[in-house]
Write a protein that binds this ligand. Sequence first.
Ligand code: B3K
Ligand code: ZN
Length: 850
Amino acid sequence: PPVIRREDYSPPDWLVPDISLDFRLGAERTIVRATLQVRRNGSHRRPLLLNSEVEAIHRVTLNGEPVNYWYEDQVLRVPIEGESATVETEVRIAPRANTQLMGLYESNAMLCTQCEAQGFRRITPFPDRPDVLSRYKLRMSGDKALYPVLLANGDLVASGEGEGGTHWAEWHDPFPKPCYLFAMVAGDLVANRDTFTTMSGRKVDLGIWVRAGDLPKTAHAMASLKAAMKWDEEVYGREYDLDIFNIVAVDDFNFGAMENKGLNIFNSRYVLADPDTATDADYDAIAGVVAHEYFHNWSGDRVTCRDWFQLSLKEGFTVFRDQSFSADMGSHAVKRIEDVKMLRAAQFPEDAGPLAHPVRPDSYIEISNFYTATVYNKGAEVIRMMHTILGPERFRAGTDLYFSRHDGQAVTCEDFVKAMEDASGVDLSHFRLWYSQAGTPRIKARLVNRTEGVHVALEQEVPPTPGQPVKQPMPIPLRIALLDEATGRPTDERLIVLDKASDEIALDGAPARPVLSINRDFSAPVIVETDRSAVDLAFLSAHDDDPFARYEAMQQLMLDTLTAAVSTGGADHAPVIEAVRQTLTDANLDPAFIAEAVLLPSESFIGDRMAVVDPEAIRARREALRADLGRTLEPLWRDAYRAHVANRYAYNPAAKGARRLKTIALGYIAATGAPDAAALAKRQYDESDNMTDRQGALGVLVNGYSAERDAALQAFYERYRTNGLVLDKWFTTQALSTRDDVLDQVEALAGHPDFTLANPNRLRSLVAAFSVNQRAFHDASGRGYRFLADMILAEDKLNPQTAAKLVPPLGRWRRFDEGRAALMRAELERMVATPGLSKDVFEQASKSLA
Ligand code: B3K
Ligand code: ZN
């Protein structure tokens, strides 16, 4: 398959200022007529090229006359003499047969679209690239009984009844947009309706569209939407620009949600919530995703990407915006910890493996493979670093300039940085390396005593990544403070930008016995190595005034203890136990923070810090430390459990923190092996009035062998078997179990009547969850690898985009012993050799082998 390169960009030969579309809807066949007003762009004689991946092309006319067009390699060529023309096409598409869920497809009797990145070409022939912006007019007609609701981008301008039980609607979107933002929906839906009055006093009609029975589950999404609209006005000065904003929930969806102009389409898991079926984490994710898609209205829709290499322009920036929103709605400290955990779980391994790529990639085979943690989450860290370096006021001046300068344009990451520079007067030329160099920088930091005083000595190294063997030093913003070991008091925090391979910086006002607090609030997405002892780390975990650094010190202490235990077979647990005791009994701490701080690093994070990952040893040593923590601090865990056990459900930060700490305490009680643990968990399962506690209890039970475990799993299944989103949790909880027989169970679950490859949520609930269960997935027999590869190959026949997302765990083979590496490679080779493999999976698997 051909490789697309960033350096080959050239502007479009033809522009399409206006398009009208006419849809005659049917699930088996839909007829699409399109009228494109096209205009030659620049002086050239080239034909109009339209991407087209439809079932059948019925007719093409040029200025109303039949034309000699040519269709080859999914491109339709129309020769045009003049400078502008009207091109009409009529094509047929087949929504029900569309298992890729790209273009127009059917989900639960509803018709809906997904066009980003390249789905519009599956609906109608068009120059499918983000730098062709058009005004859209659309008419759709269909069976009124099947599709009583007809929605699209923009404003509803007319509607009426047609023949034979049909009806129709016309929608016009006044804002020029790239075709990836096109959307329409036809279905039997009801709306939670509300309004929002913007800062200039305009009233916007809001609608969240779902199946009738789901209406009571839309309140949280609606509240989140209104909060996001207000926040974007207050923090970025961005006002909504249409009179209507609609969200539609769809069960079959390839990813989270989609920011189509005025008509966001969502995976239903990011819309539907009530206390009985959604956890606190689900509620948080809904608020974050609703805000993210809404924020795209400016960072994505009004100002869009010139080409797909610039994806992080809209995604990195919008993730940063949604992270800041969620932090403002709850706890900044806990949100930062969650975001860093996510970065470390998904992006650091990507950046350290065969699929590593810069935030602004240089080439791709299939763009769908580049909706990655690097483009999204590292991209957000890059924006955050600019915010840190410039400070909030100059950063805001930069975004104001960016939005006003580029409104209505398709632009590049370079344009964003330039706006930041122009508005702030700060030179960011060196900073641009964050867009072009892949790999997670490693920093070594230590304090040194010089005659003039205390210095911090810093070194950086950016590891080689595919295609980038040699790296330049990057500018790395590090927030630093010193803590006085005698008093626990910090010095004033300062921001250092390390921009050389090594440097030594004087820290004035240092106390007599200073302890280094560095990368506070995780100011740079790097790995920091220090020479701090267990005593220093324990001290910081009890005293650091920066909550993230405090959390980080505890994590580092746990990590040092566990990596020592894995390599030597045992380690002194006492410093960790003491530090956890301190944290648990610190009455000034928020329970939500305590909950994060007392959790051990995940098995895969421990593995990432080892030369060769040893899944069995990591599991054994981590479980041993957990059991020791559980037993030694058992009275404290029981106190923490009791303190929160009788709470009635409420949705607020304090209640959420209490629920989280309670279930973590339950986990530690279970880790002691206490005979009453299963009964305690089962009681929590039976008596809880919310899904957070119920799933929490199930997650504890599922790791053991008690009768309570089987009873709770059975009860959960019976209670929720008809609720797809909750049933996903049932699959996931079992796939994440720490029991030794989890592989047997996962294989059995893949044969369960409720398992299906057709629904991406269900597939991921079992298969993606299992692939992060390090001990089980990396079973030395290679069965886990074979299972995953079989699933990928089966899914690839239906839905290549979703199949390809499952490949990366197999690409980590370099991190394992020879035996496992060979087994993993064998599965990747089997995939690559499979006839008819999609280019999506081919790209991921072949690059993973390199
Ligand atoms: N922009 C979409 C992602 C589209 C993914 C296409 N493979 C959702 C988002 O990031 O907001
Ligand atoms: Zn996005």
